[in-house]
Design a protein around this ligand. Structure first.
Ligand code: ZN
Length: 547
């Protein structure tokens, strides 16, 4: 028998932690709490002394204890841990069981504290009643999974780790969903769990009565969470919990998270900026990034290779991503864990941010190094669009980017899926590979935006769309049949739209036409090309304002 184990430990569910949100702050706190729980688990691991070696993420014991200012603000730990533990099977399983219990207790205490902060004037009985409700919700929500796989001295790290992965996968599939009986109103944020209330709901209560009973509790929320008079649409001016919001125990925890962490770390947590604070126009951008083929990067035979990848990802997410998003591009980072990034950005910095992140990811010094690629979803949306919807859209785009493939060039994944949602509800969407004939897609786009700003009239896009959109009538006709005709027509329209005072030579005309044709060849469908042209005119208007 060996006394060494490869351990995998995960905390989730990631999507539900992060995705249910009505405010930018809900997104921030969801990922921040998750990262905090993972950190607590790691601290616990280190308490078992020499018996535990962290492999992924590679964060030292000291580092865990002293958080940098940046770590204090941005979630930076992925939701799964890989470690090697030494001990008997009883030891190791005991440690893991304790760690799981610890994570559950921390989260439960976090939610209980939120109840006390939100409702400071409850009687002991009332508090007890709410805590019982919250505890049921937490126990059926929080998913902690772990496996310990024997790691014999002769076995390869890779083989054992893969065996552990398979067992973890099987464990997750077996999950039983404990149902919590629900009678009252559903939570305004997650729309899944029941909103907290004190009064009993009678089987014959009508909706109005149920709502009144629920509101009776929420009227008692502490003054600091209540709304002030003002523009009801400006989330900066209404209270942290609006008059018509009724939350479940978990969404309540997320809303109050800032106060919890302020007390815990003795540092003040500023409110996460609202979308209204991102950039100065009417639009903002949401960027999601995900590394491609991460399994391949983590496939090292030796533990050391695996650790090296861990180390590189830690540097990328802790140093490189915040520098690019926050300092170079004036955005707000929601999370950066390993190869995953979620950020809000001003419209005119969004393409640049995506490009810098993509370049850094394949850089030896900043990211994983040569050969590393990543797929991106980037949505430009109006500031009044429902936030949840915009985020779901960004995630869907990231998936589309991952599915990119081009038969001609053999390119796969490593793409940018871009969408603009205008205020009137019109959606333009296009998928581009990052590299188009030796040049970054983003710089090709920027180049064309610059032309639209200076020397050509956007009318050409209008005329082109009018002529060519009707030829794409059906889904089974993904691209125009006659590529040469397309090139001739683009050239003719470009030439006609050169603004007065610009002297274009034959050579200029040819190179700009070729540049457009390169974009056309790279996109999967003709519609992507039409939408791309439309989006260029949107980017031309600086700061993404409504015109
Ligand atoms: Zn909820």
């Amino acid at each position: 028998m060996t006394n060494r184990y490869i351990v995998l430990f995960t905390v989730g569910p990631v999507q539900s932690f992060i995705a249910s949100a009505r405010k930018t702050e809900d997104f921030w706190s969801g990922s921040y709490i998750l990262s905090h729980l993972v950190r607590e688990a790691m601290k616990r691991f280190y308490q078992y002394g020499a018996g535990c070696e962290m492999i992924y993420p590679l964060v030292g014991k000291e580092e865990l204890r002293t958080l940098s200012l940046r770590e204090l603000r941005v979630a930076s730990l992925p939701n799964r841990l890989t470690a090697v533990m030494e001990g008997t099977e009883t030891d190791v399983c005991g440690w893991l069981r304790e760690t799981e219990q610890d994570v559950r207790n921390v989260f439960l205490d976090f939610c209980f504290q939120a109840v006390s902060r939100m409702f400071p004037h409850l009687s002991d009985d009332e508090r007890q009643q709410l805590e019982t409700m919250v505890e049921q919700q937490v126990q059926s929500f929080l998913e902690v999974y772990w496996v310990a796989e024997p790691y014999e001295p002769s076995a390869s790290f890779r083989t054992v780790r893969e065996r552990a992965e398979r067992r973890l996968g099987a464990l997750k599939n077996e999950k039983h969903y404990a149902s919590v009986p629900q009678q009252g109103l559903v939570c305004s944020v997650c729309k899944e769990r029941e909103a907290l209330r004190l009064e009993e709901i009678d089987d014959f209560d009508r909706y109005g009565e149920i709502k009144r009973k629920t509101a009776n509790l929420w009227k008692r929320r502490a003054g600091k969470f209540q709304g002030r008079d003002g523009d009801g649409e400006d989330e900066r001016r209404v209270g942290r919990v609006k008059d018509n919001e009724f939350l479940c125990g978990i969404c309540l925890g997320k809303r109050v998270a800032r106060d919890y962490f302020t007390d815990l770390f003795g540092a003040s947590f500023r409110p996460f900026p609202s979308v209204l604070d991102i950039g100065s126009g009417d639009y903002y951008a949401v960027l999601m990034m995900d590394g491609d083929n991460m399994g391949r990067w983590f496939s090292g035979e030796q533990k050391e290779e695996y650790s090296r990848t861990s180390q590189k990802l830690a540097r990328f997410s802790k140093e490189v991503v915040p520098r690019i998003v926050e300092q170079q591009c004036h955005g707000e980072l929601v999370y950066a864990g390993g190869d995953d990034v979620l950020a809000f950005l001003p419209v005119d910095e969004a393409l640049k941010a995506a490009e810098l992140l993509r370049l850094a990811f394949s850089d030896e010094q900043q990211g994983l190094g040569e050969g590393a690629t990543a797929s991106f979803g980037l949505v430009i949306a109006h500031k009044k669009a429902p936030l949840q919807h915009v985020l779901n859209e960004a995630r869907a785009l990231e998936q589309k980017a991952k599915q990119y493939r081009n038969e001609q060039t053999n390119q796969q994944k490593d793409a940018l899926a871009l969408a603009v949602h205008t205020r009137s509800g019109e959606i333009a969407e296009a998928i581009l590979p990052w590299m188009i004939k030796g040049k970054m897609a983003s710089s090709r786009l920027e180049q064309f935006v610059a032309l639209l700003k200076t020397s050509i009239s956007p009318n050409f896009i209008f005329h082109f769309t009018q002529a060519f959109a009707p030829l794409l009538h059906e889904k089974d006709c993904p691209k125009w049949e006659n590529r040469d005709m397309l090139a001739v027509e683009l050239r003719r329209l470009l030439k006609r739209s050169v603004k007065e005072g610009n002297q274009w030579k034959e050579r200029d005309l040819r190179s700009h036409t070729d540049a457009l044709m390169a974009l056309y060849d790279a996109v999967p469908r003709g519609y992507d090309f039409l939408h791309l042209l439309k989006m260029l005119t949107f980017f031309r208007r600086s700061e993404g304002s409504d015109v």
